[in-house]
Design a protein around this ligand. Sequence first.
Ligand SMILES: Cc1cc2nc3c(=O)[nH]c(=O)nc-3n(C[C@H](O)[C@H](O)[C@H](O)COP(=O)(O)OP(=O)(O)OC[C@H]3O[C@@H](n4cnc5c(N)ncnc54)[C@H](O)[C@@H]3O)c2cc1C
Length: 461
Amino acid sequence: MGRNLGYGGASPRVPGSVVIDLGRKMNKVLNIDGENASCMVEPGVSYFKLYEEIQKTGLKLWIDTPDLGGGSVLGNAIDRGVGYTPYGDHFANHCGMEIVLPDGSLLRTGMGALPGKDGADNPTWESFQHAYGPAVDGIFSQSNFGIVTKMGFWLMPETGHQSYMITFPRDNDFEQIVEIIRPLAQRGILGNIPQLRHAIQELAVTGKPRTTWYNGPGHFPRDVIREGVKQLPVGDVSWIFYGTQYGDTASISSQLSLIKSAFAAIPGSKFLLPSDLPPDHYIHSRVQVCSGVPVLRELDWLNWKPNAAHLFFSPIVPTRGSSARVIHDIITRLHAKYDFDVFPTLCVAGREMHYIANIVYDRSSEDEKRRARELMREMIDEAAREGFGEYRTHLLFADQVAGTYSWGGGALRRFNETLKDALDPNGILAPGRSGIWPKGYRGKGWELVGEKAKGCVTARM
Ligand SMILES: Cc1cc2nc3c(=O)[nH]c(=O)nc-3n(C[C@H](O)[C@H](O)[C@H](O)COP(=O)(O)OP(=O)(O)OC[C@H]3O[C@@H](n4cnc5c(N)ncnc54)[C@H](O)[C@@H]3O)c2cc1C
């Protein structure tokens, strides 16, 4: 659907390419299976559409949506996007694909490769992810090896849910918060992938411009954040943890008592339920997202600046307080160097966390765009030196990010190139996507690791 906002939208990497708009007409929900709790969709099915189609059936099934519900269920999963119910790893919860390969032939993966009775689709296509032999689905995610035209997904049976937030008073509580999350997540006590946000996000998600609080030069000062949040219902806090628990009332209450007592180790932490907060507070939007209802509220923080656009910097970091501190310091220091406000959102799992830094810039300002690009490039390199790599990136930075995955003299890149040349010898599909260039392009100046590359005189964003 081309709504990969912050990660490159619908743009092709090579000028003159033909963009295939699968969102407009291939927009059917092909199957909703109430017994199997699964569905099969075409690329143009948005989270809103899938949600509405399921509502029409009356089946008690949830979808899993990212923070913005306007994108494609299939496109998001192919880019290995995330959501916030227990089914939040979208690619992990897909089951079965149909793909058009660069030579025009069709491939079905998983059990779909085995024909069903009398020419029907295989009855377990949406039930079991693998066929016999190598598991190939993964090579069609974040790649340019084929066009996915159908994809199956598991749906979560409706259940009880309780969202909550826990606030922490000091910036330096950060490491301890991460240390407390790790065992709770590994032991399966946390219900979903929770988000940890800095207090500045509380100001931004009100949808008010930054000038409401600050008109001065430079990036948003820490004491102005403090004064701003003091006026909000959360009060003078530094970090905010948004979580949701699932199940029946008794299990939710026993999970919550474990969670509360674990975080009580941090002096001054406060536990709040949605009912403790006014109806316009952002937590009510999280309640919806975390129970599979698509919304658009998250876009409000783009009112921060006039003509705002944004880039996401999203490294994968171990769930350890010390590592969290290293990446947070890199991001904070470099945002200050390039004069941008820092918006940290951490999606914290038991063993790793996605640190999502949102760079909000004024797209009418060439100077801001240049600084945003330079900031991204420097963060990618510094993070990589610590062993932290991006899970996903804007196409402007694809070559640089792919280059950081350099173990074994670039063994992974060479392997991807071998696959590309075998499947797409003429290099017709999305050359350069995810830093994978077909042989006809390699070494001819197409790779974009700075401001200039062939066919891309000024990097566009
Ligand atoms: C405020 C805000 C919050 C966001 N929150 C989240 C979040 O919580 N989680 C998250 O994951 N994202 C988030 N995003 C990023 C983005 O908006 C979503 O991921 C969105 O769902 C992606 O849009 P799309 O599905 O239309 O992507 P598309 O642009 O359609 O697809 C993404 C990429 O996948 C490839 N692709 C798409 N379809 C196919 C196909 N059929 N075959 C082969 N390749 C294909 C293309 O290369 C394309 O560039 C957020 C963005 C913003 C602005």
